[in-house]
Design a protein around this ligand. Structure first.
Ligand code: SF4
Length: 414
């Protein structure tokens, strides 16, 4: 079998106008981080679904190392720097965001330099939430030891079924317990009104981001998963700010216009696929182009939807943050995940599901405990498992993935 036989020449595709504003929005964010220390602002590192609202309310500049991990993956620097972290005792089998980020730190090299930063911003405090995995805590503790700064966090239970009150109370209490240390580092008291305002801004950002992703329910879809991995930047690093809201208002308006005009992200869309699991950051462009050539739109994903926080409520900041962050797909039970995927398949009119079995992120690989087989039986939707990794391209066989995708789509066509 050949490795790649596109069914048609690359279809023409119009870029989204709003994306041009992304460079400014993200550029301003990184400049704020760079200039923070000279302007007397403190920097807090935060895990992607950590208590960012609390940190912003206390005046911190908030930096998300997982975003840096994704940049290392997308720029393909990751594969070069991971061995440096391995040589310092971090196993090649653990999270390759962690190993590529620490490898980049050890090499003093980062794609952030191309954005005008002098390097990774040094943390005054590191704040984690283990709702996604244990790796984030170990990752942050490395830097806490390096810089002799506090590393504090929330230990969220995992494999959650119903989000009942005792769990939410526990996580809310843990979040509140962070306040004294954070106030000490920030040099200011938490203003409850400011926290409400930030939670409100965060909720608005989340609602708009949800609106953006839901435009993909239209046939043809105006946006794909691959677009989503770029468009999600402000939802990840700027939630709780007005600039994220402004960006998504413009993007949503453009996408709604595309839906009204019947303009698809994949011209001649024939099939609609759901992507389950982590992106393969260093191969997104190649995968996007393969699917485009196959007239296939990857319309939805668990990954991009993970930054929708419906539960955020400015009138009950701590409890609602706890609820929002416990509702994260990755920390839910198999039953809850299965129910969610069933709803997504119906909502987005999915023809097939692709599971990325991500070698260094078992936490976000949902094919390992019979989920695909159960959903196949329930929904009658076929699936494909791709073996790879989020950042370590040594663990991804491009040839095999391309061949399998090609064969899978040919099967769907029949
Ligand atoms: S969820 Fe996976 S990719 Fe994200 S930090 Fe944890 S191990 Fe790494």
């Amino acid at each position: 079998m050949t490795t790649q036989t596109p069914t048609a020449p690359a279809a023409e595709r119009k870029d989204l106008e709003t994306t041009k504003k992304m460079r400014t929005v993200m550029g301003d964010y990184f400049m704020e981080l760079e200039n923070g220390p000279t302007e007397g602002k403190k920097t807090a590192w935060c895990t992607s679904v950590g208590p960012a609202e609390l940190l912003r309310a206390l005046g911190f500049n908030v930096y998300f190392p997982e975003n840096h991990g994704a940049m290392l993956g997308a720029s393909r620097m990751a594969t070069d720097v991971i061995p440096l972290a391995n040589a310092r005792g971090f196993s090649p089998d653990i999270c390759s965001y962690l190993t590529s980020d620490i490898g980049a730190y050890l090499k003093n090299d980062t794609p952030l330099k191309k954005l005008g930063m002098s390097g990774m911003p040094k943390a005054d405090v590191l704040v984690f939430n283990t709702n996604q995995c244990r790796d984030v805590k170990d990752w942050f503790q490395f830097y806490a030891r390096e810089w002799n700064v506090p590393c504090i966090g929330i230990h969220t239970p995992r494999s959650l079924g119903d989000l009942d009150s005792p769990i939410i109370e526990d996580v809310a209490c843990q979040t509140e317990a962070l306040v004294p240390t954070l106030e000490k580092v920030a040099g200011q008291k938490l203003d409850p009104q400011r926290l409400k305002e930030i939670v409100h801004l965060s909720r608005q950002c989340s609602d708009l981001w949800k609106g953006v992703l839901e435009t993909a329910a239209a046939v043809p879809t105006p946006i794909t998963f691959f677009d989503g991995t770029i468009q999600m930047g402000p939802a990840v690093v700027l939630r709780g700010t007005q600039s994220a809201i402004d960006y998504y208002q413009a993007l949503l308006a453009e996408l709604q216009q595309r839906v009204a005009d019947g303009i698809g992200a994949v011209p001649g869309e024939k099939f609609r696929i759901y992507w389950e699991g982590m992106p393969v950051w260093g191969k997104l462009r190649d995968l996007a182009s393969q699917f485009l050539n196959l007239n296939t739109a990857v319309v939805a994903s668990t990954y991009c939807n993970s930054w929708i926080f419906d539960a955020l409520d400015p009138d009950d900041p701590f409890r609602s943050m706890a609820r929002a962050y416990c509702n994260l797909f990755i920390c839910r039970s198999e039953d809850a995940k299965e129910k969610y995927l069933e709803q997504m398949a119906a909502k987005y009119q999915i023809d097939g599901i692709i599971y990325h079995d991500c070698k260094t992120c078992p936490n976000n690989s949902n094919n390992r405990y019979q989920m695909p087989e159960r959903l196949d039986a329930k929904l009658g939707i076929p699936h494909l498992v791709i073996h790879g990794d989020l950042n370590d391209l040594r663990l991804y066989s491009e040839e095999q993935a391309r061949t399998n995708i090609q064969a899978f789509m040919e099967g769907l066509a029949q």
